[in-house]
Design a binder for this molecule. Sequence first.
Ligand code: NZQ
Ligand code: ZN
Length: 386
Amino acid sequence: MNNFEFKNPTKIIFGKGTIEKLESEIPTDAKVLLLYGGGSIKKNGIYEQVTKALLKVDVIEFGGIPANPEYSVLMEALQVIKDKGINYLLAVGGGSVIDGTKFLSAAAVYDGDTPWEILTKNVKTQKGMPFGTVLTLPATGSEMNSGAVITRAETKEKLAMGGPGLFPEFSILDPQVISSIPERQLVNGITDAFTHVLEQYMTYPIEASLQDRFAESILQTLIEVAPKVIKDPTDYKPAADFMWSCTMALNGLIQKGVPGDWAVHMMGHELTALFGIDHARTLAVIAPSHYKYNFEAKKEKLAQYGERVWNITEGSIDDKAYAAIEKTEAFFQGLGIDTKLSDYTKDYEGTAEEISKRFTARGWKGLGENQDLSPDKVEKIVKMAY
Ligand code: NZQ
Ligand code: ZN
């Protein structure tokens, strides 16, 4: 196992009926900006629960943060923060609203020329404006990590940011919120969380047995609960397992002491930026090709995953590793997720070259756990995913 330091300061408040606990988490003298998305919270009762718990504090609302949080919309919210003297942010939503709130937390204290630099110059925010979250969609893990991904439609860019000062102070996780989530978003959440685990696991063996088993247990739990939450999202038990699995998949714990890949996400983000494909679906498009292309480097972990997660017991390391890739792709397809770029767009020709060009322009010479995935290799992987 590699050396590591681990600190995750986010307080998790998990369970049935926990949204009312908001009341005791936000300082009474706070001037709060309540941030939300396209309005699902106004149809499913979450908005009422939140506003009831906030009766004692001064609150201004900002709705309309779109999926793949858009820079220009967030700049409007930043203006509200400045004009109204806001000193506390509350995100009520999924990854998009939470990520947008993290950007605002950083932008509110940023003293550079333009907040977009936080993304292009990789500014690590040490202390942002404090914020909490009420999670409405299990998927990204953003409720317990310090990263965010922001989109800029004008330039068709989608870039990541983060910093130790961008952990939520608290996150409220009431699994009952999933009852109103459309199937499309439920399967996105399962696929995203599943891939988060793969990014931190599907590298090379490093004898970090506990980390491996943490990762495998999250994958097994997601596989087990997937059909149940799709069949009946009001069923509390699988909803709770699903929600906690998504948080645990990306709160930093399973990444400690082990190499990380994350190339699937880097390529996937470009597909969202170029075509607007849902984040999770881009991962299902890239992952199978990525694992086939990097087969030699990853086959031992692929085979271990095949054995332990999919019960593949027959054949050589190569056989098991290959079967594991096929199982993974079939799992995504079984959720109703298409795994080829051409399933989403007819205009896929030239995509691989464009992504490779973008990576070169950004100076990204080598992605992946071995930092050897150069833009020309990225081009090949994306082409395999057509
Ligand atoms: O906007 P509203 O009306 O609220 O509707 C949302 C949205 O349309 C809806 N929804 C959310 N909760 C609901 C609900 N509908 C009914 N009932 C509920 N309880 O679901 C739609 C999608 O929401 P969104 O927040 O976009 O989804 P998700 O949580 O999958 O977030 C995706 C974003 O997170 C980023 C992605 O790139 C993408 O921009 N990611 C963030 C990460 C992080 N911060 O750690 C890591 C991830 O890898 C990912 O990149
Ligand atoms: Zn993701």
